[in-house]
Design a protein around this ligand. Structure first.
Ligand code: APR
Length: 312
């Protein structure tokens, strides 16, 4: 008899709670919401609230809170949000000093208790944190991915849909590169249901939309005083679901590059086929010269943060 999948959520804060709600409501598996001992009761309370919600909504997933890594033993997927989020005025890179020891702690425990899990890292600065997670755990590159591209693409798609006056469902767009201010929206592959975006939106308007997308996370931090959590959680769940259900979805994810796009030993956002083996394929798009230059700049920014991490 098949058993339920086990999903470990490392960090029971804003994103962790929304992740738990989505995973349970979609019956992706049983959910363990882990946080540090000082937040154990908080994690347990959130889990209990979400389990009681199952009686109203109607789902069979179990949700438990814990501060004991042994409860994560044998998890199929872990999604890592451990760390502190941004405050107004901070860049993602400003979080390195605080979040680096946290990601190391998480990676050391994951290596011990759930080395075979697919790991989806959300903690910022994303591309450097997922790099460090892979370095510490030694997990194969197929099984470690960073969540940023799905979210950045979603932000881009929303702004495009609003400007073009079309349904969000028909917008196809991808944002690649690092999860920072020089991320790379791929205009050459951007369409409204196969019709090139340039047929709908003038050049200057597109430039303004790209600018807003790049600062999309910061816009929300300035409004709320903390980071976004609904769309980040949905984005990671889309990735987890693609893996658990072997969907073979083509999603922009931070993946470990070993020569693809001309980069080595670096995580940046690229189009990935996500299926039951994890990152099953990295798709190399024919980029315009301008896009290649933007990707180079973005990769250099990520490399600079990774260099700091390597020294730390
Ligand atoms: N292990 C597990 N959890 C930890 C650890 C640790 N070593 N250290 C801190 N945490 C927990 C905190 O106790 C907190 O409950 O991580 C949780 C983070 O939750 P929030 O502060 O609500 O932050 P959130 O908005 O969920 O964002 C988390 O994702 O998008 C990124 O920049 C964001 O790095 C941040 C992360």
């Amino acid at each position: 008899m098949a058993t339920r999948k086990k999903i470990g959520l490392i960090g029971a804060g804003n994103i962790g709670g929304e992740l738990a709600r989505l995973c349970a409501a979609d019956e992706l598996g049983d959910v363990w919401l882990y946080d540090i001992p000082q937040k154990e009761n908080f994690a347990k309370g959130k889990a209990l609230d979400l389990e009681q919600n199952s009686a109203v909504i109607g789902y069979d997933s179990n949700i438990r809170g814990t501060a004991n890594w042994a409860d994560l033993e044998g998890a199929d997927v872990i999604i890592v949000t451990a760390g502190i989020p941004r405050k107004p005025g901070q860049s993602r890179d400003d979080l390195v000093a605080t979040n680096l020891p946290i990601i190391r702690d998480v990676a050391n425990n994951a290596k011990k208790y759930c080395p075979n899990a697919l790991a989806i890292v959300i903690s910022n600065p994303l591309d450097a944190m997922v790099y460090e997670y892979k370095r510490v755990t030694g997990c194969p590159k197929e099984k470690v991915i960073g969540m940023a591209g799905v979210l950045d693409s979603a932000r881009f798609q929303l702004f495009l849909a609003r400007e073009a006056g079309v349904s969000i469902k028909d917008v196809r767009a991808m944002v690649l590169g690092g999860h920072g201010d020089d991320m790379v929206p791929i205009l050459s592959a951007c369409t409204i249901n196969a019709v090139p975006i340039q047929n709908f939106i003038a050049k200057e308007k597109l430039a303004a939309i790209i600018d807003r997308t790049r600062k999309g996370g910061g816009e929300i931090v300035n409004l709320m005083g903390t980071s976004a959590y609904y769309a980040p959680a949905s984005s990671a769940v889309a990735m987890a679901k693609a893996y658990l259900n072997d969907q073979k979805r083509l999603l922009a994810c931070a993946a470990y590059l070993d020569g693809e796009y001309g980069y080595k030993d670096l995580f940046i956002g690229v189009p990935c086929v996500i299926g039951g083996k994890g990152v099953e394929k990295i798709v190399e798009l024919p980029l315009s010269e301008e896009e290649k230059a933007m990707l180079k700049k973005s990769a250099a920014s990520v490399q600079a943060v990774v260099d700091v991490v390597k020294k730390g």
